[in-house]
Design a binder for this molecule. Structure first.
Ligand code: ADP
Length: 595
């Protein structure tokens, strides 16, 4: 049966082989063993249950919690030539009846359902006489209340299975790694001696970049301008921040969408759709955005604020590069992010227990930002892995980008000024004194008589604020929280002032373009967009960026050559092969590149 599965993999999906982590999972399912697979986002979970579904007699029911994603998932496999359907609350009675009819006639191979369906009498009646060969539970962590998105209706799954006349093979998939959740999945779904596969959590195509810079707005503007044609997401902590960034980008002529819980349902839906369909390349959003997004060609994720924990951060950056192409994740840290998150924990937690738990997680996040070693290793270790490397060569720590500069003297100027001002003040006041401002408040406190008055005139106001923020984020200075945060010297400040500790900081330049593709790749992308509009489907349904890139390199000129490209299966060849072959020929002729 495994051989046949490889034929399906090539025929339907156009992939010549399984990924290393997929093969044992598929083999286990084909043997008929209950299987639990823990794989990171983008690891290729869906193929692990879709291919066995095609190999088995009868149908596979996929239980999935994300109604918004279900239609996309089903549409994308129909596009491959697989007979599939979904049942959830968005269907009309007529649509539902038609699906139930097709089910009874054996016309559906894979049926996606929302877990709530399993309790409905109609659904039970419709499935009573079906030959169900596999039940696949996607996002299986939803069964556990320790998982980050617990769904009570997942608890009904094992009851549903126990009532079936013949027990199908049960398969469960998640990206959540903790052992508590793992055990809950096995127990609550009543898996029978399951084979468990845990794939490493590393996403080595993601460049993890953590920057402590002062002017975040300038940074994102330059970054987006350098990567204009690529899809990206900017995450911010609050709706207010999202609106601020959105307005700013619009003002500087960058078109983008926004997404947060404060917008009307219709507007949110539209923004999400525009992004998925490549009508806009960029979306600014709170963490409410992304759950229902399967878009494979997101090339960068920028965190404008530090997220509140590593789990959230890793999930959000996981939305970049699902197609395996190199993608960039940039976290822009400023010390105020810590205060924002503390505030969000204070107002968001119901009891002291969860509050303490959230504060602990926040601390891990803060430590990550200040971590000097490999950032990837830090994350993987946090998730319980034991990476066998010390340096990944694909994070800002390992790449050591930026130039190291000795900033001890400037730091001493700032620290001694704070020392001389005696009382505690906020950053603005310290900056005013250092730059020699004649503001009333500066003069009335007689700060103009201090020896540090005006000694940092060569810094612009913005740069000095940034420099002080950077000192805080590196721990050379503390920020006392409160309605008006104030600067405070600490023991490290003392050491710097006495010359016992040097302040060496990295100066970053704005990242360059993520990738420079050839002209053919851009043309194929345009063609994909035209075909997607015509067929009313998201562009990545047609071919992924990876597939277009392979085409632009090997320039297939015949249907047979086209089938050699990873990601081109029989059905896609029939539907789109000619269009792409023609475009490639035109390009070769125009550029005089024919062999
Ligand atoms: P997950 O559900 O684990 O987040 P997906 O199933 O969406 O991941 O797969 C991520 C991407 O990898 C998709 O674009 C998918 O087509 C691609 N993919 C999966 N398996 C393979 C394979 N064997 N070879 C090449 N690409 C693959």
């Amino acid at each position: 049966m495994f051989e046949r599965s490889l034929q399906y993999l090539q025929g339907f999906f156009g992939y010549p082989s399984y990924r290393k982590n997929q093969e044992p999972v598929v083999k286990s399912i084909l043997k008929g063993d209950d299987t639990l697979a823990i794989m990171p986002t983008g690891g290729g979970k869906s193929i692990c249950y879709q291919i066995p579904a095609l190999c088995f007699d009868g149908i596979t029911i996929v239980i999935s919690p994300l109604i918004s994603l279900m239609k996309d998932q089903v549409d994308s496999i129909i596009e491959l030539g697989i007979s599939a359907a979904f049942i959830n609350s968005t269907l009309s009675q007529d649509e539902l009846s038609s699906i139930i009819y097709r089910l009874s006639k054996g016309k559906i191979k894979i049926l996606y359902v929302a877990p709530e369906r399993l309790d409905s009498r109609d659904f039970l009646d419709a499935t009573e006489n079906l030959n169900i060969s596999q039940i696949a539970i996607d996002e299986a962590h939803c069964v556990s209340q320790w998982g980050h998105d617990f769904r009570p209706s997942y608890k009904g799954i094992s009851r549903f299975i126990s009532k079936l006349p013949k027990r199908p093979v049960i398969t469960a998939f998640t990206a959540t790694a903790t052992s508590v959740v793992q055990n809950d999945i096995i127990n609550l779904l009543s898996l029978k001696s399951p084979n468990i596969f845990v794939t490493g959590f590393d996403r080595d195509n993601l460049l993890i970049n953590c920057l402590k810079i002062s002017n975040k707005m300038d940074y994102i503007k330059d970054y987006i301008n350098a990567n204009k044609n690529l899809s990206g997401i900017i995450y911010a902590s609050t709706r207010k921040e999202v609106n601020k960034i959105y307005e700013y980008l619009k003002d500087v002529g960058i078109s983008c969408g926004r997404y947060h819980a404060g917008l009307l349902e219709g507007e949110r839906k539209q923004m999400q759709e525009d992004f998925v369909y490549d009508k806009i390349n960029l979306i600014v959003a709170t963490n409410a955005f992304g759950m229902g997004i399967d878009k494979s060609n997101v090339r960068y994720v920028i965190h404008y604020n530090m997220p509140k924990n590593i789990e959230g951060y890793y999930q959000e950056i996981g939305r970049a590069g699902r197609d395996g192409e190199n993608s960039e994740c940039i976290l822009l840290f400023s010390p105020q992010d810590v205060s924002i998150n503390k505030y969000l924990i204070e107002v968001g937690c119901q009891n002291d227990f969860t509050k303490k738990f959230e504060y602990e997680k926040l601390q891990y996040m803060v430590d990550f930002v200040h971590h000097n070693g490999c950032l990837r290793k830090y994350i993987l270790t946090y998730f319980g892995e034991e990476p066998d490397f010390d340096s990944c060569n694909n994070c800002s720590s390992c790449l050591n980008e930026g130039t190291l500069r000795d900033k001890t003297i400037d730091a001493q100027k700032v620290l001694s000024c704070i020392y001389r001002m005696k009382k505690e003040f906020g950053t603005t006041m310290v900056v005013d004194v250092l730059r020699g401002s004649s503001q009333k408040k500066v003069l009335s406190n007689r700060f103009d008589s201090l020896s540090t008055y005006g000694i940092m005139k060569d810094y612009s106001k913005n740069d000095l604020v940034n420099f002080i923020n950077t000192l805080v984020s590196h721990g050379f200075l503390s920020l006392k929280e409160g309605e008006f945060p104030v600067l405070k010297l600490n023991s490290l400040s003392g050491k710097v002032l006495k010359g016992e500790e040097k302040v060496i900081l990295k100066e970053f330049k704005v990242s360059n373009k993520i990738s420079s593709d050839n002209g053919l790749f851009d043309r194929l992308k345009v063609l994909r967009l035209i075909l997607a509009k015509k067929n009313k489907i998201p562009p990545y349904f047609i071919f992924s960026d990876t597939t277009l890139k392979s085409m632009s390199i090997s320039c297939p000129k015949t249907p047979n050559e086209m089938l050699q490209i990873s990601g081109v299966g029989e059905n896609k060849l029939k539907k789109y092969g000619d269009n792409f072959i023609k475009e490639i020929s035109l390009y070769l002729d125009n550029e005089n590149l024919r062999a």
